[in-house]
Ligand binder design. Sequence first.
Ligand code: AMP
Length: 633
Amino acid sequence: MGAKYQEFHRRSIEDRDGFWREQAQLIDWHKPFNAVLDYSKPPFAKWFVGGETNLCHNAIDRHLKERAGQAALIYISTETGEEKTYTYAELHAEVQRMAAILQSLGVGKGDRVLIYMPMIPEALFAMLATVRIGAIHSVVFGGFAANSLATRIDDAQPKVMVTADAGMRGGRAVPYKHLVDESLRLAQSPPQKVLIVNRGIDKAMPIVAGRDLDYAALRAKHMDAQVPCVFVESSHPSYILYTSGTTGKPKGVQRDTGGYAVALAASMRHVYQANPGETYFTTSDIGWVVGHSYIVYAPLINGMATIVYEGTPIRPDAGIWWKIVQDHKVSVMFSAPTAIRVLKKQDPAFLKKYDLSSLRHLFLAGEPLDEPTAKWIAEALQKPVYDHFWQTETGWALLTGLPGIERHPTKFGSPSFPAYGYDVRLLNDNTGKEVGPNEKGVVTVVPPLPPGCMTTVWGQDDRFVQTYFTSFKEPMVYTTFDWGIRDKDGYYFILGRTDDVINVAGHRLGTREIEEAISAHAAIAEVAVVGVADTLKGQMPTAFAVVNDPAKIATPELRAALEKEVMGTVDGLLGPIARPNHVYFINQLPKTRSGKVLRRSIQAIAEGRDPGDLTTLDDPVGIQMVKDAVTGG
Ligand code: AMP
């Protein structure tokens, strides 16, 4: 950890006002703020109070003078073969058309727009158009099922939904509109209007007259639309993004406007060392926080071209990403360990085939970066590879290197140091005291959280405080729900979640949510879901279920059939993303005398480890059943 980093970080904590006042200059303010921070109601932090700005203005309009003809959005679909580049001027026009459509459907300041879209330019138009008119978007990942979508519709109560007929993945059509129809049947308070981008993939898409509207037809009506930005107070919500927690009900992470724009602009300089005019390539999806921050907003706020890629990393071959880097002179790339593990199984010659001289470095996040994967990609790329740690809640990195401030030697498996603005403490979970070097503790942050972080849970201030700020007393801290250690050189290492959240291919899933879905199957009496280590996806959910009638699992054929059915139930309620890799049927779950399921022991056995302390176990039969199930005994 170098002196420049230390000074930068120290100042961000000790001179919060001065530090963030400077960073705030990186964006345009329609009206200047009168205070950097209002922290009169801890832990609620209001950044840049009284200032007025707009995310879309900062992402598009303010660049027009200098960059109207420069590429802003480069769309590449290896699924449909389409490629299209939008300049800043063209993006400006498209976003205004979309904004005019939304306005014509009655969307105004503070209204919600739910976006359920594949990776196509119109998805970004919709996001940018929503914030342009002061409305609030809620993007839901396309892999979620109708039921999950309905829960989010009911929580956000959108005025309009924007979707497409279908997406494509691995050459197969993935229906979107179909799912939307089902979700609208399930939702208690469905929106009146659904705007559909018809890509011509799902020819059998049903249309509900009066509710479903064709984007192309409406766009044609608004070709010359001029829709000025609605400037909003800095703390006005820009979006809601749902994430899993330990309860079955997803939390709507709410983000502000001014703080988010400043945080993203600052991160492009200090973290990613990304320059205006260059090209940024994030391989995530707009349905995740990484997509929100680093496919859409940060690259555009920074005056860059952003790559919007629809496809997998290995189609048409495993060189596709590196071809994109070469063809579009990508300077900074952002991906996830799971994707690199997929590439690692392919021929490394693909990495050598393309000219990667434009690439400055690669950032990875979303899950622990294992050493073999980190080594493989660093050697294959011959470029610096940075692991960094963050969450949907933080919106940008919490632990990271800062090559834009000072290059530092990285350590395999470590996301390096606390980012500026984060006063990170590792706390002993029993005593609440800070742990020493190489001792395990919970990663926490002394509030106020810096700009860009979640400001509350949508509509549930109490839940925000209760969930994130009550794990420890005196001082009150924000908990990440991650275990970590810090070595004697100050490098942090993340050891996994402290709660029942698992990480599948970089995506967060609550095991309780999956348990609830499995329990919805009529044959299931009780179930425990645990995350089990997986070489490709990091973790996979594995279920241990008790049936209410043993006759249903009397033969191997019946078991196999029921397992398939249960997986189908999960697909239907949560989406294939949450489907367990195995559903083992046992007669009894291992529980403590007080009736708590011993999830950690089940997980240990499923991973082939020692189940640990079993003194609280009520009946050893359950544990034996789990053992027999996983070993096939
Ligand atoms: P999400 O909110 O879906 O982005 O998931 C956030 C969670 O992913 C964190 O709380 C961590 O458990 C995990 N995570 C993200 N980045 C890293 C990383 N670089 N190393 C280890 N775990 C990570």
